[in-house]
Structure formats: structure tokens, C-alpha cells
Design a binder for this molecule. Sequence first.
Ligand code: ASP
Ligand code: MG
Length: 439
Amino acid sequence: MTRGRAPIVLKFGGAPLSDLNRVLSDVRGALSERAPVVVVASAREGVTDLLQEAIAHPRSRVRHRRILEKVRRLHPGLPDAGRRQLVRLARLLALLERTPHVDGPLSDRILSQGERVAVHWLSARLRESGIRAVAVEADHLGLITDNAYGASCVLFDRSRVAVRRGLHRIFSRGEVPIVTGYFGRSLEGRVATLGRGGSDYAASAIGALIGASRVELVKRHVAVLSADPREVPDARPIPDLSYEEAEELAQFGARVLHPLTIEPARAQGIVLKVRSLEDPHVVTTISPGRADRRNRALTVLPSLRLLRLRVPGGRQRPGVVAEVSQRLAAARVNLVQLYTSSALLCLVLEPGQVVAGLRALAPVTREAAAMVEGPYRVSIVTAIGDGILDDLDRIPASTVSGAEGFSATPRAFSLAVAESRGLSVLRDLHRALVSEVVS
Ligand code: ASP
Ligand code: MG
């Protein structure tokens, strides 16, 4: 029945898992397309936070007991295999209490238990409703990652054969695999998580590995909006995004998608659909783009610090930009943004890294007689959308006047403004680039 059709991947976040009717109707809907269906599940809402709390208090047996009890209560009606995962979690927490130094691999093993318990719980609920669901743990399936525990990346060439074979075997039995999101198995053979929110990335990676026709990400909130609705009340859903726009958005502080989610989908040309629990009719489709002026998204990163570096001879001095960024990198100072003109380099740093940044730049100021001004408190407002530079004429002059920096590509521009103006500039830009553009 399912032979020949490209699979569909459905990923449910922690909050959507609470709405079992919704999960069921989505799974039934996908199955009715007569394609194989893979479900990727996050941990139930709050569970990963609880496990992180346990790790943050490695000695606190009382707290661990309370956390275990909460996790248990979030998974009523667990089948035996799921109960074994709870026992395993209890053992891991006992191990944590005795371990002098908690390392990445141990943390990741503990964190992965949230998804493991969840897939057994969810499979049991789906089976009760007549869907032949089977729980699958991604590390056992053969989803291989690098060894960067806590922020690992999927290794596609190493994962492809096992993941395809494992899932096809399940499809051929007419069953629906319910796969853990969030983690895989490292090259060293240990559990490795993909970073918070990593189930999005796991879903798009699995979709890419098996040549899915589409990957649907179901989230609590209307997922992709023109701005954060807490900051811009008339923010509105964005119906279509190109891969590149979505990538800019994920990287630039909008907490909608795990930043690595887009890449695997783009590489295989897989359509991503982001849907929300709040309003099932709102869908954002991420696919090979076509420039559409309605796709504009704005973000603001507040509380940053800008340093102005005046270099005599400026950019005529060969290698000065490279030298500055290398010195910062060597001191592990993250350069959030860089604005340059011929004699000025404006560096934007996190507030906690200014002292380290100034120290790292001291040799440049000594040897090249450069002068540092600042730090100034700034916010960075970013506008994203293919062809965004065509819209510059819409922006009122007062919005940009007094800005501390501006940089642009055909896909996004960013503006550093005094921190106190961040929100009003965000709203001005939203009005000019989103609200006033008639669709
Ligand atoms: N459960 C993990 C987290 O909360 C992964 C995810 O939800 O995507 O970060
Ligand atoms: Mg979660």
C-alpha cells in the first residue's frame, strides 16, 4: 500500500503532545495520503527542564525524587517498555548523585530519557486508537552525530543506511514509527543531544535521510510570525518563507526553530511546514523561495554593547578586520555583529564579554595606534526577507537617524540603535515593512 510513496514526517513538540486528539487526527490525515508516516516526538512539556534541573543539582536526592515523580505523572498508562525507561532514569539520577564530575555524555544520557519515555507513552495512546504505532529510540535506530555533547550535529553519511533500513522495515510491516527527537548516538557510541529545541532538527534530519516529501513541525504557538507578538501587537503569521529566509530567522534570535533545522531540508529540497496548536489553519511553508514582499520578519536583540574602533589608515591597513576578529575568537569572545566603514570598525558584543573583548583588542590599540570608544548600549534590529533592500525607501528617515551601525545583504539588514530605542525602531520597521505593505 505504502510502497513507492515518499514518507511524511510529523513532529510534535512537548505542548502539542498534550492534545492527543490533534495528534491522532494529524497522523490519520497523513496516513490517508497512503504514504508511510514517521512521527518524531519531543519530551512532554516541561520534562527536559525538569531533567536539566536534576543535573544542575547533582547531589539533591530529594529533588531527584520529586522530579521522577513529576515525570511519572506526566505519562499515565505507560506500557512496560516505557516503565523500564523510568527505572533507567531513576538509575541514572542515582549515578548522578555519586558522580564527582558530571560530564556532557552523562548529562545527555539523562536528558534523552524525556523523549524515550514520551515515545512509549505516545505509541501506547496511538495503539489504543487503532494506529499500529511502534516506539523507536533514535540512537538505536542509528542516527549518528558528532561528539559535541549538548549541541551535536547529525552526520548524514554515517546515518543514512541504518536509518533508512530501520524505518523501511517498520513501514513494510504497515506500522508507524514513533521516533525520539532531540538526540542521536555519537561517534563514540554515546548518547548525544542536539541542543534545546533539537527535535525540530532531528525531524528534518530524518526527513532528509529517508527522502520525505514533507516534514511538518507542530508547535504550541503560531510559529512563524512577522515579529514577536509580545513586542509588536499586530505581528502576523508569515505564510511562506524561502529556506534562506527561514535560516536567517532561526539564526537571528527568533526562537521559532532550532537553527540547524533548515539545512537538511534545503539540501534535499524537502518542504517544511510549521503549524501551531493554537490555530490549526495557520501554516508557514518553508520551501525553495520566490521573492514575496509579504514575507518580512523582524527581530530585536536587546542589551548588547558596541565598541567603536578607530584605526589610523583604516581598512587600507591590510588584514585589520581579520586581526580583530581573530583576536576576539582566540579570547572566545563572540562577535555578535560587525559594522565597518573605511576608518571605523564597530563591534557588537554580549555585555558580559566587553571586558574580555577590550583585553583581547589591547595589542591592536597599542601596536596600530587604534582608539576604542564605548562601550555603548545598543539593540540590534534585524529585518529579514528576500529582496529586503528594495524596501529601504519605505523606512522613515527618523527611524534610521542616529543609528550606530547598518549592515545588509539582499536577504536581511540589521541596524544597531541606542538600546532605549530598540523597541520603537522595531515597531516602526514593522509598520513600514509589514503592516503598510498591502498584500
Ligand atoms: N525536549 C527537548 C527540549 O525541550 C527537545 C525539543 O523539545 O525539541 O529542548
Ligand atoms: Mg521540549
